[in-house]
Design a protein around this ligand. Structure first.
Ligand code: PEP
Ligand code: MN
Length: 341
């Protein structure tokens, strides 16, 4: 038993009674009020619930039926919530008909560089500014990010352009400072299974961009989303950013089939990051178009005014004028699949 579907006219008292009973058995209740009916997601190890106990819940006043979810992810599953989740961020909605493009440099390098890039990508049609202040670098000797200084610069770019800020968290100890400056908190691929970090971001209500781990399966990605949602934060955007395969010609292999599969298994919005998938700027545009055709709700694209001087990921960053051309081309693809951009 994982989901309790309530009758359309269940009273608040009956709901309270069901929740109390769940809590007395050591479970938490995640109440989701839909337009037609309310469902309760049962949080905890539901495999311990016997058939008899499950039947006892079925006969409680206000309960229409109890439902077992076969997948190990529950709150993230479409079975739990059939309708698409939309996430409101400022004046934007992710997961609706309108597609969103989050663009900006890999790392925040300085005030004027970032603000200029932000202006350029906004003019081209991007709706979010991205940039890392805490960078997960393979080598400890390379640029690690500007830390809080970088976040302040992002906040200034938001001030000047109106674009919400997307930036990565690497350490639960930075949560307070991230909450101060970020509009969307990114969990990077390397931290997709950092369970303490997932629980931390789950206990606040900031939207989360959850990147697929370098070698993570779809199930593992959805279980990571479940960690966040189990703490009460349902604002999770799933991100396909390429996975490790035997192929070394590209930085990673963009698993585009993950997009329709995630949309089938989950109600959460799906974003594709072609930049980190391909690792070379000239392959970004075709994969960005393909991602929209595959059903992505949003894209994340790295843009730098001087890629050759970028402190990280310059080789995969588009120059602003190339980004502008791409945005124009994306409009046509979006229209072809019934979306706008
Ligand atoms: C990034 O967005 O710059 C980044 C580090 O991404 P990923 O975690 O997907 O490698
Ligand atoms: Mn990067």
């Amino acid at each position: 038993m994982d989901i309790i579907v309530l009758k359309p006219k269940t009273t608040a008292k009956e709901l309270r009674h069901i929740i109390n009973k769940l809590q007395s058995r050591g479970f938490e209740a995640n109440v989701s009020k839909g337009t037609e009916r309310t469902v309760i997601g049962v949080i905890g190890d539901t495999s311990k619930i016997t058939e008899d106990e499950s039947n006892a819940f079925t006969s409680m006043p206000g309960v229409e039926k109890v439902h077992r979810i076969i997948q190990p992810y529950k709150l993230a599953s479409r079975e739990f919530k059939p309708q698409n989740t939309t996430i409101r961020i400022g004046k934007h909605t992710i997961g609706g008909k309108k597609l969103h493009v989050m663009a900006g440099p890999c790392a925040v390098e300085g005030m004027s560089v970032l603000v200029n890039i932000a202006r350029d990508v906004k003019k081209a049609g991007a709706t979010f500014i991205r940039g890392g202040a805490f960078k997960p670098r393979t080598s400890p000797y390379t640029f690690q990010g500007l830390g809080e200084e970088g976040l302040k610069i992002l906040a200034e770019a938001r001030e000047q352009t109106g674009m919400p800020v997307v930036t990565e968290i690497m350490d639960p100890r930075d949560m307070d400072v991230l909450l101060k400056y970020a509009d969307v908190v990114q969990i990077g691929a390397r931290n997709m299974q950092n369970f303490r970090l997932l629980s931390e971001v789950g206990s606040h209500n900031k939207p989360i961009l959850l990147k697929r781990g370098l070698s993570a399966t779809i199930k593992e990605l959805l279980m990571a989303a479940e960690y966040i949602m189990a703490q009460g934060n349902n604002k999770v955007i799933l991100c396909e950013r390429g996975i490790r395969t035997f192929e070394t010609a590209m930085r990673n292999t963009l698993d585009l089939s993950a997009v329709p599969l995630l949309k089938k298994l989950s109600h959460l919005p799906v974003l594709v990051d072609p930049s980190h998938a391909v690792g070379q700027w000239d392959l970004v545009a075709p994969m960005a178009k393909a991602a929209i055709a595959a059903g992505a709700d949003a894209l994340m694209i790295e843009v730098h005014s001087k890629p050759e001087e970028a402190l990280s990921d310059g080789e995969q960053s588009l120059k602003p004028h190339k980004f502008k051309t791409l945005m124009k081309e994306l409009k046509t693809v979006a229209r072809a699949v019934g979306r706008t951009i």
